[in-house]
Design a protein around this ligand. Structure first.
Ligand code: LLP
Length: 414
């Protein structure tokens, strides 16, 4: 479901918790990302409960949405964090995260980033490169840190059933290390005396619709560490799916947990969910600028574009479009497009929508994950404002102001 206990129609007005969205949109302007912190907290609590049989430690994958307000909410609820850059680590620390609760992952960590993370006392490094081990070890020596915890990321050679751009576990992907390389590293572990090889990591992709691929990746990882008594932690990565269609139900994680539990007895389990914690807690509000009828089609031209929400252009991803004011009556088949000069700037194709006019407001639903975090300034478009509705659901504030055209010059010299 795209609607939930926080984001739904109240008296025909789209609302987040106790706030009607047109109130916010009128005050803040459009386009604007709006998030329910209450929903973020509930998603976290729900996932923790679902994974309670595994006593899984949840590290929120910051790339999905790195808004400080969201990081603060999750840090306050006790989450750890999965970061892929010094920038993300810095944001988590600023949001109040404990360094030890941060995992630093990524195929291309720079030496400067590794040095920063070691100096900060980051809890885990997910390593996917032999040379990285030497860098981490050297940084640990420099920082006087011993026992930096490492999880080696296995490329399990499993193809997830998802969009090819979101599959990371197949043999041809740049991600992870082969089982042979991991065995070699573990046999030579004395070469990196500051490192504690304590975990194995898998992440085979995102928006994983079925559990079979996850389980075979896990089996490959467990098989690899079966004779490694020092490796007691299994990081299962992220990838839990969410529903992007009105009539979809996201599969509940309980089925997966039932399959995982017997396999993971005796292991400490880490999870790195991104999307499943924030996607359905946010939306992007836009204003309809023009209705253009051309070539037998109806184009709803809105003031949001692929610069603000790139997922439809990049992955052919589906986001439902919901008018802020629900109206009855006839519908039209509309192409919802943005102002950007690209044919790919189509946010929603062939949608049955009410007959709307210039000035009407619509929401692109389920946009809390990989929306603002992937937004760009393409076409010299200032990035949108972000608004959070408080955890109590009663108040709202601008958590990131809208960029101005002036902001875009700040880093540039003539
Ligand atoms: N862990 C690792 C190592 C990852 O690479 C990712 C996502 C996650 C965890 C979190 O995955 P999640 O739970 O969010 O599925 N931009 C795409 C998704 C790419 C995800 C990249 N890695 C999108 O808009 O759908």
């Amino acid at each position: 479901m795209v609607f939930n206990s926080s984001i739904r129609y109240v008296d025909d007005s789209l609302a987040i918790d106790n706030i009607k969205l047109d109130t916010i949109a009128r005050a803040v302007g459009t386009p604007a990302y709006i998030y329910s912190l209450k929903r973020v907290g509930e998603n976290y609590a729900g996932l923790r409960a679902a994974f309670a049989p595994l006593q899984a430690r949840i590290h929120y994958s910051v790339k999905a949405n790195s808004s400080l307000a969201i990081l603060q909410t999750l840090a306050g609820a006790g989450a750890g964090f999965d970061c892929v850059s010094a920038g993300e680590i810095d944001r988590c620390l600023r949001a109040g995260a404990c360094a030890n609760d941060i995992v630093f992952a990524g195929v291309g960590k720079t030496r400067a980033e590794i040095a920063f993370a070691v100096a900060k006392g980051i809890g885990w490094f997910n390593v996917e490169n032999l040379a990285e081990l030497r860098y981490i070890n050297e940084c640990a020596v420099d920082a006087g840190a011993d026992a930096v915890k490492v999880a080696l990321r296995l490329n399990p050679q499993v193809t997830a059933n998802t969009h090819p751009f979101m599959a990371t576990g197949h043999g041809a992907a740049k991600f992870g290390l082969t089982a042979a390389v991991i065995r070699d590293i573990l046999a030579r572990r004395n070469e990196w005396p500051q490192l504690e090889f304590a975990g194995v990591h898998i992440h085979i992709g995102s928006q994983l619709g079925d559990t079979a691929a996850t389980l075979s990746a896990l089996d490959a990882a467990l098989n690899l560490i079966a004779d490694q008594p020092g490796i007691r932690t299994v990081n299962l990565g992220g990838g839990l799916p969410v529903a992007y269609h009105f009539d979809d139900a996201a599969p509940s994680p309980e089925g997966l947990v039932n399959e995982l539990a017997p396999r993971l007895k005796g292991y400490e389990v880490l999870l790195e969910p991104g999307r499943s914690l924030v996607a359905d807690a946010g939306l992007l509000v836009a204003e309809l600028l023009y209705v253009k009828r051309q070539a037998g089609q109806v184009f709803y031209i809105i003031d949001a574009s692929m610069a603000e929400l790139i997922r439809p252009a990049l992955y052919d991803a589906h986001h439902e479009v919901a008018p802020l004011r629900k109206t009855k009556g006839e519908t039209v088949t509309a192409q919802v497009v943005g102002p950007v000069c690209e044919s790919a700037d189509v946010l929603a194709r062939d949608r049955q929508l009410p007959a709307l006019g210039a000035g009407d407001l619509v929401a692109l639903m389920t946009a809390g994950a990989y929306g603002m975090s992937m937004a760009s300034n393409y076409n010299a478009r200032p990035r949108p404002a972000e608004v959070v509705v408080s955890e109590a659901g009663e108040g709202w504030r601008i958590s990131r102001r809208r960029e101005t055209v002036g902001d875009l010059y700040r880093m540039e010299s003539k």
